[in-house]
Design a protein around this ligand. Structure first.
Ligand SMILES: Nc1ncnc2c1ncn2[C@@H]1O[C@H](COP(=O)(O)OP(=O)(O)OP(=O)(O)O)[C@@H](O)[C@H]1O
Ligand SMILES: [Mg+2]
Length: 384
């Protein structure tokens, strides 16, 4: 007997089959996507787990091996991966941290652009903008300005002017503006670097930076290399223990070498600045280096008056402003504080919707600056 299939059942079964096939396809596709995602994530995890590679410089090639220089200056004899071809001394390479084997050659621009890291300008500050400090100005004119403007004179007299000076004294007394004013008076390029930045930012590169900075100064001469916070670079070191200290030491040595090296560089002058002359390594102020020490202290009464006049030159003062009385209240101010006081007085006027500055604006401003000073002091004490 022939079995009769029910067409309805057949259709239902076809539908079920169809649905299964569609589902199977969908699941296969999903499975594929998930597998790909897993593979991708696994490779990401692997990448993240891999230790960082170190950027080193090839110092020498010895057969199938090489001598490399690590960023802290140490040298190692290492293997080269067979995938790395055509290595030459001077190339930059990536090396494994553990065994220092060379994994890959990279193209790092060898000459890093020093101009991106220093502040270079032609300052517009004139001597007239410096209040008080007459003796300091005279001395700087003698040892920096005159040799830059009239080098022949020194040849005729047969003396060699100092290569550089050291300005030292408390914060905000005008050291930076003095340096800028002499750069302006001699139309020199002013190249500014900060000692603490030089030793912190350019780990492993400090000495190279110093060399590049002096090369730049020679190219842009006449120029003034201004090193703020020179104590960060040139502090006395009792023992050079950690690699960080050795690094600072190397940078400092390079600085001394540059100072000693430029005999024919009459038109590059170095001005170092510090609030901490007491901790300086005496090597930096030896004859032939920064051997003119110029103290820039807190201003005298006349100095404060001059600085006040300089910073109120463009302000409209009320006739009732009694300068004598104000000066009595500012006797321990630094130049920077006098300037801050004038700015604050301007703000008090603005708050009262005036453009003319009254005596009371200055009085309030003095109180405000003094309060800030007190706050800064106690703040500093809190942190030792
Ligand atoms: N003698 C001064 N005459 C005129 N303005 C001054 C004088 N001293 C300080 N000032 C004002 O204070 C600001 C800060 O001064 P400056 O940067 O020269 O101080 P500094 O001695 O370099 O301080 P630091 O040691 O903190 O670097 C200057 O921009 C200037 O406006
Ligand atoms: Mg300064």
């Amino acid at each position: 007997m022939e079995s009769k299939t029910n067409p309805k059942t057949n259709e239902a079964l076809d539908n079920v089959m169809y649905n299964y096939t569609v589902n199977a396809h969908r699941l296969e596709a999903e499975n594929k996507i998930l597998k790909e995602t897993i593979a991708h994530l696994q490779s990401e995890i692997k990448k993240l787990r891999e230790p960082a590679l170190m950027v080193c410089e090839v110092a020498d090639i010895v057969g199938k091996q090489a001598v490399i220089k690590t960023p802290n200056g140490n040298q190692f004899f290492v293997n080269i991966s067979s995938e790395v071809k055509n290595l030459k001394p001077g190339d930059s390479v990536l090396a494994e941290q553990k065994n220092l084997n060379i994994i890959k050659k990279i193209s790092v621009s060898k000459k890093f652009n020093v101009e991106r890291f220093v502040i270079m300008e032609k300052p517009t500050t004139s001597w007239k903008e410096v209040g008080g400090l007459n003796e300091q100005i005279e001395e700087i004119k003698e040892v920096v300005e005159l040799p830059l403007l009239n080098p022949k004179l020194f040849e005729k007299v047969g003396i060699v002017p100092p290569k550089g000076i050291l300005l030292y004294g408390p914060p905000g007394t005008g050291k930076t503006i003095l340096a800028k004013a002499v750069a302006n008076a001699t139309n020199s390029t002013f190249i500014e670097i900060v000692g603490s930045e030089l030793v912190q930012k350019f780990i492993g590169e400090g000495a190279k930076m110093v060399k590049e900075i002096f090369d730049l100064a020679r190219r842009k001469a006449p120029s003034i290399v201004f090193i703020d916070e020179i104590d960060a670079l040139a502090a006395k070191r009792i023992e050079v223990g950690t690699s960080g200290e050795r690094e600072v030491q190397r940078t400092f040595m390079q600085f001394l070498a540059e100072l000693d090296g430029f005999k024919n560089l009459g038109n590059v002058k170095v001005i170092g600045c510090t609030n901490r002359k007491d901790i300086l390594d005496p090597a930096v102020i030896r004859p032939g280096r920064l051997d003119r020490l110029i103290e820039v202290g807190l201003p005298s009464k006349e100095g404060i008056e001059q600085i006040f006049k300089i910073h109120t030159r463009r302000m409209r003062l009320d006739k009732g402003v009694n300068l004598k009385m104000l000066l009595k209240k500012m006797d321990d101010f630094s130049g920077a504080e006098v300037r801050a006081m004038c700015t604050e007085a301007g703000y008090f006027a603005i708050r009262s919707k005036r453009t003319k500055i009254l005596q009371k604006d200055f009085v309030q401003a003095i109180i405000k600056v003094k309060q800030k000073e007190k706050y800064d002091d106690s703040y500093l004490k809190m942190f030792g």
